[in-house]
Structure formats: C-alpha cells, structure tokens
Design a protein around this ligand. Structure first.
Ligand code: PAF
Length: 288
C-alpha cells in the first residue's frame, strides 16, 4: 500500500489509475479505524479497481477544541488495517497540506448546504457541516473518484454530502454503507474507546431503546415514539439524550406522521458517561 502525503501525489496516483482505465473508490476517514471503517474499505474494494482511503483528523469540522485535541490518532495501526483490507493507497496529509494559509485571493468557500444541514448535528454543532463539506469536497476534487463511501452511523452527514455534491456539481456516486454494531448492539465508533467500563455496559441500551421503538411505532404516533425512546434512554444510568429527532430520511426535517414518501429515520445523540454517541434507526422505508 502506498502512503501519499501530498495533494499532488494523490492527484498523480488517481490520474494514473484513470489513465489505465481503472475505476477509483475513495473512503474518507478521520483514522482511529475500526471494523465499521473496514467494512467501507471492503465495499469500495468490491466495486472499484483502485481504492484510496484518507486518514485526516479534519480540524474545520470540530467546534470544540478539546474534542479535536483528544480525538484518537493511531496512524500506524490504521495503516496496518488499511493494508489488510486491500486498500491501494492511504492519503495521510498534514493540516497545512489540506488547508494552506488562505489569502484574500482564495477565501474559504462557504457551501450552500440548505435546510438539511441546519437541524440536529447542524444545530448542535455550528459550523460542523461546513467543515465536513470543506474536507470532503477537497478530497473529491483531488482524487476525482468514481464513488465515495460513507457510513450510515452519520446518517445526516450522508444527506449533507449528497446535497454538497449536487450543488457543487461534483461527478461522484455517494455510496451509503450500513452501520456495524458490537455483539451487544452498540454502534461502532472511534469514540467508544473513551467510554468508561461502566458507561460501556450502559451504552448498548441506546440501540435497545431504538430497536424496541420500531414495533412500538406501528401502534403509536411519532410524538409518542419519540417520548418512548427518550424516556428509556434518559433512565439509563449516566445517559442523557441531547436530541432525538424523527425525520424525513431525505430532507432531515422532523415529521409529524409516518407517511413521508422518502422514508422515516430516527436520529439520536446521547451523552453516555460524558461521551457523545450518535446512532439512528429506520422506521419506514422510502415509498412504503
Ligand atoms: O465521518 C467522518 O469520519 C468524517 O466526518 C469525514 C467524512 C471523514 C470527513 O472528515
């Protein structure tokens, strides 16, 4: 596996692949890789001739300095995992390579992300999705992949990236991959390593509540279902729901009933022993 540190090396690597008639799959990550990320690599490997993964803790998407400073950085282990997963090249740039100091001739681009980015994570973490758009658009323009892969744990992020790709007219297919879970149901996340032993025991209760709410939703309203989930999760020791939103699966706007033509998704953020965890569940499929 090649390690690419500069934008020009990345551009050159994927340009050559395309010249050889190969399709390119891109998997953007912030490192601290786990089996969830590896499932994205494998999916990219199945459907592309060349797979490039990026490992970059993107400072512009953190609105909390402490969170950025303590975000796990495990480059050596990440490279081993990427190599085992059959990735062809890892792009691991320094911050200055991705964000060279701006001057008045090249101001930071402000993306039109629309209402999809204003709710939930967008409301709780101002500027977060602008930061995600900054890095993902740069990676897409540099690597010019045929397909880019993202995990559904960050359900809203995928909707925002789809919108960004559309408005910026970036010719790439955005591929959403299912959430991977521990045997006890906890969604895999780089943040799970921060859970204390106690919080780790409690955290699976989040998915238990979400799962239990699906049959409940067959007989109850959206408001009742939201209340069902929130009260169960807030009853878990050390857990507090930041938000639980039941939304249209395309527009991310809260719904009042189950009849959305795009499907209905429940998206949650919970502080569990002080660690911010996110998860989501599908209630209704599109067109159902
Ligand atoms: O989902 C993530 O890990 C990040 O938001 C992403 C897409 C790699 C951009 O930094």
């Amino acid at each position: 596996m090649k390690i690419l540190r500069t934008v020009s090396d990345l551009q050159e690597f994927t340009r050559r692949a395309r010249e050889d008639g190969k399709s390119v799959g891109l998997v953007p990550t912030m490192g601290a890789l786990h089996a969830g990320h590896i499932s994205l690599m494998k999916e990219a490997r199945r459907n592309n001739d060349t797979v490039v993964a990026s490992v970059f803790v993107n400072p512009t998407q953190f609105n909390n300095k402490e969170d950025l400073a303590t975000y796990p950085r495990t480059e050596e282990a990440d490279c081993r995992l990427l190599e085992q997963a059959g990735v062809d090249a890892a792009f691991i740039p320094a911050v200055e390579e991705v964000y060279p100091s701006q001057d008045s001739a090249s101001p930071v681009h402000v993306f039109d992300l629309g209402a999809v980015a204003e709710v939930m994570e967008g409301a709780m973490r101002p500027g977060h999705f602008q930061g995600v758009a900054q890095i993902v658009s740069r990676l897409m323009r540099w690597a010019a992949p045929d397909r880019a892969y993202f995990g559904e744990k960050d359900f809203q992020q995928i909707a925002v990236i789809r919108r960004m790709v559309l408005t910026e007219k970036i010719p790439v297919e955005v591929v959403a991959c299912p959430i991977l879970r521990e045997a006890d149901g906890l969604a895999l996340s780089s943040r799970n390593v921060r859970l204390s032993a106690e919080a780790r025991k409690t955290a699976p209760g989040i998915y238990e509540a979400l799962k239990a709410s699906v049959p409940y939703s067959q007989e109850h309203t959206v408001a009742e279902t939201r209340e069902f989930v929130e009260s169960r999760i807030n009853a878990l020791p050390g857990c507090e729901t930041e938000y639980y939103a039941i939304v249209d699966a395309l527009t991310m706007q809260p719904v009042d009933d189950w009849n959305s033509p795009h499907g209905v998704q429940g998206c949650i953020t919970v502080y569990c022993g002080g660690v911010r965890l996110i998860d989501n569940i599908n209630y209704r499929k599109a067109g159902a």
